[in-house]
Design a protein around this ligand. Structure first.
Ligand code: FE2
Ligand code: FE2
Length: 249
């Protein structure tokens, strides 16, 4: 329990110092999800193959984020800020995949067996994105903004806790540069939402709560997949040769 209180204290410190995170307190408010993630991260970072799969899964989720932006933002409104944002999400995907490949000296795609709870991560993204449509019937940009806000907020919590784990365990890499970008994205997104929608406060609270439920389900699946790996690493290892299925992204 001692280790958990360290993480809780550290992550709250790093998250709360930034006042611009409007709903961050509610998002990290559930001690249950924070403790669960910390427990999962402890296990993940103890196994090289599992750790590489996790990094590749984060890379996959960043890729889905970039793809969603490309699909949801119509060309006539695609300004430099939007392109910058897309470019940075692709960069995050690349950085995370590079780290995964460095850990195991293997090249990865996004096949099911190269990810950990990848399908559930994708489902989380789709569900939050779909929920965002509720607030954006007359304005296509609002869907992008609400989904982005809910997910960026979560990304900051997740990357902060992961960064704390990496630091504590003495890994040579960190999530700092990604975190800096995500903080800027969140700040910019919030300003845009406030400009575009007068009901932004209620809507943000609603989508944040919905996102939290979906995130919790994702964490449960992640924990199950991590346990399966630990019980039989020879089957779930990235080096295992008997892969049977490919995962369509
Ligand atoms: Fe990102
Ligand atoms: Fe972002």
């Amino acid at each position: 329990m001692k280790i958990f209180s360290f993480y809780l204290k550290e992550s709250k410190k790093s998250l709360q110092k930034n006042k611009k995170f409007f709903f961050i307190k509610e998002v990290i408010g559930t001690k249950k999800t924070t403790l669960l993630l910390v427990k999962i991260l402890e296990k993940i970072t103890a196994h090289k193959d599992l750790h590489a799969k996790f990094l590749n899964t984060l890379s996959y989720l960043e890729y889905i984020g970039a793809r969603k932006m490309l699909k949801s933002l119509p060309a006539p409104i695609l300004n430099k800020t939007f392109l910058d944002h897309i470019n940075e999400e692709v960069r995050h995907s690349l950085v995370l995949k590079n780290l995964a490949e460095k850990l195991t000296k293997t090249s990865y795609g996004f096949k099911k067996e190269e990810l950990i709870a990848g399908a559930q991560g994708s489902q989380y993204f789709q569900e939050v994105d779909h929920y965002g449509l509720k607030f954006s019937s007359a304005n296509p940009v609002l869907n992008y903004l609400y989904t982005t806000y809910a997910i960026e907020q979560r990304a900051i919590v997740l990357y902060s806790l992961y960064n704390d784990t990496l630091k504590k365990k003495g890994f040579s890499f960190s999530m700092k540069s990604i975190l800096n970008d995500e903080e800027e994205h969140l700040d910019y997104t919030l300003k845009q939402i406030q400009k575009e929608d007068s009901s932004w406060e209620t809507n943000l609270e609603e989508i944040s709560q919905f996102e939290h439920q979906k995130y919790f389900s994702f964490l449960i699946s992640l924990e199950e997949e991590v346990s399966k790996f630990i019980l039989a690493p020879h089957i779930h290892s990235l080096k295992a040769k008997h892969y049977t299925s490919s995962h369509k992204v």
